[in-house]
Design a protein around this ligand. Sequence first.
Ligand SMILES: *Cc1c(COP(=O)(O)O)cnc(C)c1O
Length: 414
Amino acid sequence: MNTINKTQSQQAIDLENKYGAHNYHPLPVVLSKGEGVYVWDVDGKQYYDFLSAYSAVNQGHCHPKIVNTLVEQSKRLALTSRAFYNDMLGKYEKYACEYFGFDKLLPMNTGAEAVETALKICRRWAYEKKGISENKAEIIVCKNNFHGRTTTIISFSNDPVARTHFGPYTNGFIKIEYDNLQELETTLKTNPNVAGFLVEPIQGEAGVYVPSEGYLKQAKALCKKYNVLFIADEVQTGIARTGKLLAVQHEDVVPDILILGKAMSGGAYPISAVLANNDIMNVITPGSHGSTFGGNPVAAAVAIAALTVVKEENLAENAEKLGQLFRNKMNEYITKSNIVRLVRGKGLLNAIVINEEVESETAWNICLRLRDNGLLAKPTHGNIIRFAPPLVMTQEQLLDCVVIITKTLTEFER
Ligand SMILES: *Cc1c(COP(=O)(O)O)cnc(C)c1O
């Protein structure tokens, strides 16, 4: 690495440190280009991207079909606001509703906004359809959830880093253990004011916790029994990431409310959406909810392109196949490893757990070494490293990555 280029990346880091709020702790690498499964830093060094912007880039970096759509639509019409109709939104809504199997879609921009939207729809449904007394509705959530960063959402987080000194918090949430059907049923049975159950099909940020087989199916059945809406946050797990279009489809579950974000645009644009059938979505009336940018023509066009790519390139099937291969290869390694405790995940949403305390810095140091060896990943919650490459990866590339990962881990064996 020559010193001029080193200065270039240090300059970029210094600028962020000086002028940017310190709300992230990035891995020290400065990226300036991406294509498919690869990203390049300012020195021109190439890396495999094993984060995919938290699964926003499932379709691969700068996918030509998505980028062309973005450019063409931006030149034609970018924003009208919802004060007027535009000629793209309806097309997108129809496309996405048929694609995911729902009657209606409500367009937003970020994942957190879509979660907020789902919570509002659920509460309205509780008062207008279920008949819960005003201001009494409760929504069940799970411990160690991650649903975004708004004040209401962090109100039902149990991560002190996300919550501390952001109170007072929003009421109306009951926290239960994830993957615990008994606690879900007890809570539903003893509380007639429950309106919804908000759940991640796999807890991504918490460390890729895959619930027991049958959990989602039985949770959905319990919700039905107690007339409670099953709300699936598929912002991270959705859109082919786990080897199916939606992670709930592994258990043939159809949520009452579906929340999507991230890969809705393949990373090109912030696009999120809430889908539900008419009996639920019709509680939303003119003026009751909105967003200046939500459903703009660029977002509509880009989302159609991004969802089309997922089907055309069989990304769900590829994620399923490569995910199996990845876990097999990692398990082979783990049988003779002291440093890696286990690998878990579904499709290409996986994580390894480092055999150390949560506070240990080993996972971070492994990620630094992975970076040196040409692969970018990041720890989530201390001793866990998430591996989530773009779903356009080939088998040959994946095997190449397995070599990089196992070679790097070998350096940390004791
Ligand atoms: C990332 C994420 C969100 C929040 O999405 P933003 O676009 O960052 O607001 C919500 N839920 C889950 C499960 C996520 O992974």
